[in-house]
Design a protein around this ligand. Structure first.
Ligand code: DGY
Length: 320
């Protein structure tokens, strides 16, 4: 009997052709609706491998249900949705999709910097709503990005790729990270500073740190109060790193100027989310890595990791 692979979202056939040739593959049949939890549990019971999205809670119950389960291939660089410790204890490999998404995610992150600073979404809506009556000197004037200071919190590979883009805009680059990154310091002139100093000095504060118990609510009212009144805050990591009520209050009170958000504490958000009331918020539906090329590369990497584990070889990108 061929090993059984369950994929928790409908993926394009060409992306999973290699898996289908070698294994019995079933997919949740919807592209834009997550697999119900009970279906995930039921499928995992039969599975040798599961390919999951960041929307799936791959918790202790799911992992324990997988009596034959050998690998969880999570289609994201972040894996806070997977109970990695339990997986390790049960001898289940967890893989993610690092590196293939660095450039695309950095592009989107920097696009949020530009969009929030130059009020691009507000301006586009202004035109579409027929409000443009004349050119005027300060019409929708925003802030410059070039030659300003960017502070990157979380200087992993995506952080470094954002720093490269910032260097192209002649920005001063500050960063804060658990460990120093000598390569970013030498190659890009990035300066390592404390979290508080980064908040104090940056015109653009960009959050790219993974979600852990230490980083949950890292950006709270205190942090926003330390930032400059003109600061723009961008989050392209995970929503719960930010206290959204505090962000809302800080934006309302003018403690910071604007925010560009690709991620939210609970996704998806509806049109009545309080942050969406604010004109100085640019909101995206968690599309950091969403280019066709990159999403296909992520699917391919997941498929390769599954194939390697089911062939009793080393996976390319294990996290545990
Ligand atoms: C990731 O890979 O963790 C991203 O958030 C997906 O876009």
């Amino acid at each position: 009997m061929k090993p059984y692979v369950f994929i928790s979202r409908k993926l394009p056939e060409d992306a999973i052709a290699m898996l289908k040739e070698k294994y019995t593959v079933e997919m949740w049949d919807k592209e834009d609706v997550p697999v119900p939890y009970d279906v995930l549990l039921q499928e995992t019971r039969k599975a040798d491998a599961i390919l999951t999205m960041l929307s799936e809670p791959v918790n202790e119950e799911v992992l324990k249900a997988g009596e034959k389960l050998k690998i969880v291939a999570n289609m994201a660089v972040g894996y806070d949705n997977v109970d990695v410790e339990t997986a390790k204890r049960l001898g289940i490999t967890v893989t993610n999709t690092p590196d293939v998404l660095n450039d695309s995610t950095a592009d989107l992150t920097f696009a949020l910097v530009l969009a929030a600073a130059r009020r691009m979404v507000e301006a586009a809506e202004f035109v579409k709503e027929g409000n443009w009556k004349s050119w005027s000197p300060l019409l929708l004037a925003g802030q410059d990005v070039h030659h300003k200071t960017i502070g990157i919190v979380g200087m992993g590979n995506i952080g470094k790729t954002v720093a490269k883009r910032a260097a192209g805009f002649d920005m001063e680059i500050l960063y804060h990270n658990r460990s120093r990154k000598p390569d970013a310091e030498q190659e890009l002139g990035a300066q390592y500073v404390s979290f508080a100093e980064l908040l104090k000095r940056s015109d653009f504060v960009v959050c790219l740190t993974p979600l852990t118990e230490e980083t949950r609510d890292l950006f709270n009212r205190n942090a926003f109060r330390i930032m400059k009144d003109q600061a723009v805050f961008v989050n392209a990591s995970r929503g719960p790193v930010v206290n959204e009520n505090d962000l809302y209050e800080a934006l309302k009170a003018g403690e910071i100027a604007a925010a560009g958000l690709d991620v939210f504490a609970e996704e998806p958000i509806g049109a009545n989310h309080p942050l969406l009331e604010l004109k100085n918020v640019v909101a995206m539906p968690h599309i950091g890595s969403a280019s066709m090329e990159t999403r296909y590369a992520m699917m391919k990497l997941c498929a390769e990791n599954i194939d390697l584990i089911l062939s009793e070889e080393q996976p390319k990108t294990p996290v545990n």
